[in-house]
Ligand binder design. Sequence first.
Ligand code: IMP
Ligand code: MG
Length: 182
Amino acid sequence: MICQENDIKKILFSKEEIKARIEELGKQITEDYKDAKSLLVIGILKGSCIFYSDLIREIDLPIEIEFMSVSSYQDSSMSSGEVKIVKDVGTSVALKHVLFVEDIIDTGFTMSKVMEMFKERGAASVKLCSLLSKPDRRKVEIPIDYLGFTIPDEFVIGYGLDYAERYRNLPFVGILDESVYL
Ligand code: IMP
Ligand code: MG
């Protein structure tokens, strides 16, 4: 029994479906980086925390882990959003292969800015892995190197994703019922 279940309109991806997809992503990442000398996997807090911890255990390579926290401000009159680093990584990224792990790519502003920043810091390569993507909402083009699932333009929660800091601990990804925020 899930006590928050009345707030869920529809379950999009079950615990089992997510687990299976993460195993596939882990295998693909392991294969792609098997000859790399280093791999720094950076989780974007807080949304990616659940996905991140499951994903790194499916990567069969020596990796270094780091976390970052960013906040984005978007002004509809501007062509691009502004991204502020709230907590930065605690290590130099120069000449390292960096893989960012994010919960969801929506407009694309946040991760395109962060990835641009890390290229300027001299990373050997900068790639992106996201559990979810909402392509209908995209405002900037951003390649997602490793993607869990594509979803429609709906507000989703669970498996790390929140609405007002709630629902992150649900073991599945679901669409939030409008009654919660209307
Ligand atoms: P963007 O790609 O810069 O627009 O920002 C993506 C961020 O917005 C994600 O890291 C989430 O924190 C948040 N976000 C976007 N869509 C959703 C959603 O459906 N549920 C929960 N958070 C979302
Ligand atoms: Mg986020």
